[in-house]
Design a protein around this ligand. Structure first.
Ligand code: ADP
Ligand code: MG
Length: 476
């Protein structure tokens, strides 16, 4: 074949493929597009979200406005990030994620070794007296230390306690309120480190030094910063959404500690509560309001309810159910479970969107799992369109929050550490966020998003390790 023929042939093939794809990718009816339009946020609206979050962050950081601020901006008392010189053995406890875990981590130059064990927390303990919970934690810790033969000399420990706390020092945190299904009496308002130490003392068979108490967001930042010195933001996109970042002390009017170097502190924003004062009403929809009304905490965590893994499946279900009722989907007769709260999981959104464009294998599987056997290509294309609209909205508003922090910090290059199953498993969340952050950040700034696996475990050990390193420097 001559060169010219070959070029013609490849052009023809490309053309045919394109026509084939266009036929395969069904057009979504205009009426469905119109009904989903409120879920698509323009760049102007997202810039407005950035602006409003900046206002709320500053209200949180300011001593005079913090009390009524919705975004609390708790200083974590973590001032130093890891520099890779940490070494030794460290214990970590991780309570408040999907599982309760105990970890043993060994750090050294080019060494990272981790043992960990998951322990169950029975429902009766989650809802019983606080002493019972901390006795249970101490018992799991003792079992783990005996099994790993580290019960002889006291080891430093980092405690990840991922519930809203107001922190009064690196090792002092008062629980503001229980969340995530815990409701142990006698803990709210108390210092959880003290409760842990008392439970360990009651046993008398192990010795530890609690070096730090933190939440999973700070842990995520620390775990990434150990490898990457540009890391300055930690972001959780899992059951909930939260972010922390490194702030200059001069911007933290709340700060009641010393002003020694380094002149910075990690701020736990608790930005899941952004919008609780009405500032996000311009983008909230009837679906968001329904979710909130039926939630355990109406009126609270409104930003979180538009984004996080705990709610995104439910937002999608509400849109699917509404459009089915209006006769726009499944010829008005969709799977029954679409009309039952909580029956459309966030992981379904990831599965449906992981099909190649124009293919519907995973989408059909999900619909079959929901009891709908005969989905047409048209049904699948419409369901996918709605999933994309909901997840794109979530990724874009999460991007607006990150862009707000990047613009506020104004550092030339920042790495953002991200943890959580929504970010990890949704096939397009990362790309959607990167594209949108790029459009929203100020000129001259650059960033990258890095998956920081197991920040709540490794990060706790690293905070303890940094505290030991600083302590030993100070003692010299
Ligand atoms: P946690 O935040 O409790 O530490 P995870 O980071 O694992 O736990 O997040 C759990 C959340 O992630 C759940 O709300 C769940 O709906 C969501 N999730 C689990 N699997 C997926 C998935 N494949 N795609 C998107 N979201 C998921
Ligand atoms: Mg987690």
């Amino acid at each position: 074949m001559t060169g010219k023929c070959r070029i013609w042939r490849s052009m023809l093939m490309r053309w045919l493929c394109r026509i084939g794809r266009a036929i395969q990718q069904r057009q979504v009816p205009r009426r469905i597009e119109e009904r989903c339009a409120e879920l698509i946020l323009s760049d102007d609206k997202l810039r407005d979200v950035c602006q409003r979050l900046l206002v709320e962050l500053n209200r949180g950081l300011n001593k005079d406005t913090n009390k009524e601020a919705t975004v609390k901006c708790f200083p974590t008392y973590v001032r130093e990030l890891p520099n890779g010189e940490e070494c030794g053995k460290f214990l970590a406890l991780d309570l408040g994620g999907t599982n309760f875990r105990v970890l043993l981590i060994e750090l050294g130059p080019h060494i990272f070794h981790m043992e960990s064990k998951i322990f169950a927390v029975p429902q009766s303990v989650m809802l019983g007296p606080g002493t019972g919970l901390f006795d249970h934690i101490a018992e799991c810790l003792a079992t783990f230390m005996h099994e790993n033969k580290v019960d002889v000399s006291p080891l430093p420990l980092g405690f990840t306690f991922s519930f809203p706390c107001s922190q009064e020092g690196l090792t002092k945190a008062r629980l503001a309120t229980w969340t995530k299904g815990f409701k142990c009496s006698g803990v709210e308002g108390e210092d959880v480190v003290k409760l842990l130490q008392e439970a360990i003392a009651r046993r008398g068979d192990i010795k530890i030094d609690v070096m730090a108490v933190l939440n999973d967001t700070t842990g995520t930042l620390m775990a990434c910063a150990w490898k990457n010195p540009a890391c300055r933001i930690g972001l959780i996109l899992g059951t909930g959404i939260n972010a922390c970042y490194v702030e200059r002390l001069e911007n933290v009017q709340l700060w009641d500690g010393d002003f020694d170097e380094p002149n910075q502190v990690v701020i736990n924003t608790e930005l899941g509560a952004f919008g609780d004062n009405g500032t996000l009403e311009f983008i909230r929809t009837e679906y968001d309001r329904t979710i909130d009304q039926h939630s355990l905490n109406p009126g609270r965590q409104l930003f979180e309810k538009m984004i996080s893994g705990m709610y995104m499946g439910e937002v999608t279900r509400l849109v699917l159910a509404q459009l089915t009722r209006e006769g726009l989907l499944f010829d008005g007769m969709g799977p029954e479970v679409l009309f039952e709260p909580g029956q459309f999981f966030t992981k379904y959104v990831s599965e449906i969107e992981s099909d190649k464009k124009g293919e519907y294998t995973c989408c059909r599987q999900v619909l079959e799992e929901l009891g709908y056997e005969d989905a047409s290509d048209e049904d699948c294309a419409n369901v996918r369109y709605i999933c994309e609209a909901v997840s794109r909205r979530a990724a874009h508003i999460a991007a607006a929050a990150v862009a707000c922090l990047l613009n506020k910090m104004g550092q030339k290059h920042v790495t953002v550490a991200v943890d959580g199953s929504l970010y990890r498993f949704h096939p397009h969340f990362h790309d959607l966020m990167v594209e949108k952050i790029r459009q929203l950040i100020n000129p001259g700034l650059t960033f990258d998003l890095m998956l920081s696996e197991d920040g709540s475990g490794r990060g706790a050990a690293l905070v303890a390790a940094v505290a030991v390193r600083i302590g030993s420097l100070a003692a010299r």
